[in-house]
Design a protein around this ligand. Structure first.
Ligand code: ZN
Length: 294
């Protein structure tokens, strides 16, 4: 199944994608929660109920009439692994990690699959990183390698957008990876049962229709199951947590000279079976403004 969040007629809902249409979950199943993290947590009881109601075509809206949003608006964790494809490692000139190298992207960096990404004011080293994104379902703590697959709810396409100057000016990458708008993912969550093998998917980035990254998830250095085993030794993985699994070669930073993203560029990230996201670069204003009132 393909689950999304979308905006239609000024209202935000969770939905099921059916071909070129989307049906609001509450229209199909009024007792379902609206929040994606709760939907994921209750999925084993919701799925059988929902499966019987998917033929209710009256509930569906053409995808072209909705705005797709990030499938999870505020993940509890956005975990991302660095230097995890051999070809990407080579282009960065960095040492091959003997340990998994993890950083966080902040929840406020989450962005919709087709919303603009900001070139931050005063910077000029904006880069793209297509990544297979895993969404945690059951999760847990101390998950053994052979059971890691059970922890995953589904998959998305993500772009680990990176501001390289801020990233590389500190041994901790977190700030350079956490600018607002720099974690677009989607276009929806494809549930894990629809993906035979997450380590056999073609993965690519096009900027203005020119291919810049093209690889396959079989080239991951630490595969997703190893990532889940490693992370869950430290922390409880919870429904709706997000894992960015690493990017292949082709990022701007690896080029001489680097072709960093510019205002107006359209960045399209695609993964077999999961769809595509596309984000256009705009200039961030840099002006002071207050966050939302509590
Ligand atoms: Zn990355």
């Amino acid at each position: 199944m393909k689950l999304c969040r979308f905006e239609h007629d000024g209202a935000i809902a969770s939905g099921v994608v059916l071909g070129n249409t989307v049906a609001a979950l509450h229209a199909l199943l009024p007792e379902a929660p609206n929040d994606m993290q709760h939907i994921i947590a209750q999925w084993s009881s919701l799925e059988p109920l929902l499966a019987g109601r998917l033929s209710d075509a009256a509930a569906s809206i053409p995808l072209s009439e909705v705005r797709l949003l990030a499938p999870i608006s505020r993940p509890g964790k956005l975990l991302a692994i660095g230097l995890n494809y051999a070809d990407h490692l080579e282009e960065t000139g960095m040492e091959k990690p003997t340990q998994q190298l993890w950083f966080c992207k902040q929840a406020t960096s989450v962005n919709g699959p087709f919303d603009p990404i900001e070139l931050p004011a005063g910077t000029n080293s904006l880069d793209f990183e297509v990544e297979l994104v895993a969404v945690i379902g059951k999760g847990g703590r101390n998950i053994p390698l052979e059971r890691a697959q059970e922890a995953v709810f589904g998959y998305c396409v993500g772009n680990d957008v990176s501001e390289r100057e801020a990233q590389l000016s500190s041994p901790q990458w977190m700030v350079g990876k956490s600018f607002d708008t720099h974690a677009p993912f989607g276009p929806w969550i494809t549930t894990a049962d629809e993906i035979n093998d997450p380590h056999a998917l073609n993965i690519s980035t096009h900027v203005n229709n020119v291919v810049r990254q093209s690889s396959n998830t079989r080239h991951l250095i630490f595969n997703l199951w190893q990532q889940i085993e490693h992370l869950s030794r430290a922390m409880t993985l919870e429904p709706g947590d997000i894992i960015f699994t690493g990017t292949p070669a082709g990022v701007a930073m690896g080029e001489t000279p680097p072709r960093y993203l510019e205002v107006g560029d359209a960045v399209r990230c695609t993964i077999d079976g999961l769809g595509a996201i596309e984000n256009v670069v705009i200039r961030g204003s840099g002006e002071y403004h207050q966050g939302l009132a509590a």
